[in-house]
Every structure is written in structure tokens, then in C-alpha cells.
Design a protein around this ligand. Sequence first.
Ligand SMILES: C[S@@+](CC[C@H](N)C(=O)[O-])C[C@H]1O[C@@H](n2cnc3c(N)ncnc32)[C@H](O)[C@@H]1O
Length: 335
Amino acid sequence: MSNQIARSADRLKVDVYVDEHGMLESMPEEVRIGLTASPKRLAPKYFYDEAGSLLFEKITELPEYYPTRAERDLLHDISAELMADLRPQQIVELGSGSSYKTRQLLSAPSAPEHLETYVPFDVSESIVQEASEELVSEYPYLSVHGVIGDFGRHLGHIPAATGRRLVLFLGGTIGNLDPIERVAFLRQVSELLGPEDRLLIGMDLVKDISTIEAAYNDSAGVTAAFNRNMLHFLNRSLSGDFNPEAFEHRCFFNQAESRIEMHLVPKTPQIVTLADLDMSVTFTPEDSLWTECSYKFTEESLTEMLADSGLSLEHFYTNDDPARLFGLALVGPID
Ligand SMILES: C[S@@+](CC[C@H](N)C(=O)[O-])C[C@H]1O[C@@H](n2cnc3c(N)ncnc32)[C@H](O)[C@@H]1O
């Protein structure tokens, strides 16, 4: 038993680029800019401290939240063939979270023959540590080299591959980036890809609005708690005095922009101090906090995004269930 643990530990390494509060060095500056902007807006990465990651895991199990199940089922259907065709030596996953769906790929029959290293990359330390420990024990053939950091700033810390690399960007996280941001991001990711390497992007697709809106307004209030968790994170990291319960979760589909928008709207005006930034901010029902976008794609918007990013589409996998439409795009660098 202790031998097995020692051998698992030998196959596990995690590099950390956040401080002991889970804070990125860019956080003070980004929060200052975001809270003085109009509208006030912060990046979704500030949902994901330990509590936020656990709340997201709960969201993925909600009856209304179809994307995780749809993507898992798609991965289940394509993994064996995809892995046997590509035979990657390294899998890098950006925004890996619990790596729950990644297990479909790690369990593919061919994986032990060619796959050596899995690199989960996420801003949330606790979830990567936990997932990495589970994975080295579940997959005796695999080494795990986690990276805790911001995929907007720390991609250069991804360990080198000695063979073919498959990069994953699952969970519809691409939809959290605005059109200009995601093209800039995909251009950076394309620099991780050699001619034989591939990127698999998971994206939620446009469908019936009531289905989309229900997924972000669950009846158990878990998404509302997840949204308010950003205020807890700010209180802890920057010595703030937000009263999260004074803010309402507001989430709707903006059809013109093809995106879900998530906001925190105070019921009455709130003056909030962030002592570490020496800053006071007033929030009102008309001047609230925008916390997340989740863009929904079509094949047309996917094609446009890839063309602008210098990537070429090799295969687009989708399901045929109109209530759970989801897509996986396998892309590579343009030769
Ligand atoms: C929508 S969740 C998806 C999680 C997982 N991939 C899945 O499909 O269930 C987004 C994940 O990306 C991570 N994340 C968000 N912004 C990030 C950033 N800037 N850098 C690194 N990770 C980030 C979050 O911590 C979270 O685990």
C-alpha cells in the first residue's frame, strides 16, 4: 500500500503561480480597473476559490444544467477513436476543474500505449490538487503535472512535450471570453501547437432560449450562490466588506449578442470598501456588477472565430438532441 502511494506521488507534480489566498498577482490591478469601469465588470476567474470550484461542481449536477452531461456523452462517444487516431503523448487541459470529463479520454483503450503526461491547468489550486491525486491513483500509467495559474498569463509555464500534444479547452469556458478576447487567447494557445498537435474546444450551441436561461437560473439557487461567491472571494482576498446577500443574482440571454449574461444587482444602494485597495465603490440597482458572459455558438460563429485565430477545423462533433445541443471542435494550426 505505502509502495503504491510512493509510486503515485512520484508521478505527481504541481506548480503554483497564485499566493496562499489563491490570489493572482494581477488581481488588485484588475479589480481596481473592473470596479471603476462602466459597466462594472470582473472576470469569471474570480468565482473560483475553493468554495467557488465546489459550487461549480454542484452546478454541473443540476437537472437544469445540460452542458456537462451533453459534453460528457459526446466525449464518451468519440474518445476511443480520437485517442487511437491522434495518439497524444501529452494532454494539456486549460481550465481543467475537476477533470471529471477528461477521464473519458484517459480511459481510452489506446491511452496507456502513448499517453505519458496529463497537465491540468487551472486558477483554482484546491480542485487541481485533489483531481491530480485522484488521477495518479486511478491511472497507474499516467504522470500528472498540474499548473495553478491564469491561462491568460501563464501559458508559458506549461511543461514541454516530447511527442504529440492534445490541448483541451472544455466546459464551454471559451464562451466566457468576449469575441476579441477569445481570438487573442486562441492565438496564444495556437503557439502551444506544433504541426501535429491538436486542440479540442467544447462549446455550448444556440438553442431554445428558455432551456439556456433555465440552466443558469436553477430552482435550488446554486448558480446564485456561485455568482455571489465572487463577493466572498473579494472580501477575503482584498479585505472587502461586501454583504453578498444584499445582491441579487440576475441572469438572462442576450439574443443580439448570443450570450448569457450574469450580473449581481444590489437591492438597495451599497457602499463597499476594499481596504487593501484603499478604495470605496458604490453599487446601485442601475450600476451593478457584471460577472460573467457565456456565449453560445453556431457553426458559422465557430468558423469565423477559427479563421480569425489562425486555426483550422478538422472535425466538428455535435449531438442531435435539440434540448442539449453541444459541440466539440477538433482544430489544428493552419499549415
Ligand atoms: C466553466 S468551468 C469548466 C471546468 C471544467 N473544464 C468542466 O468542463 O467542467 C471553468 C474552469 O476554468 C477555470 N478558469 C477560469 N478562468 C481561468 C483562468 N483565467 N485561468 C485558469 N483557469 C481558469 C475555473 O477555475 C474553472 O475550473
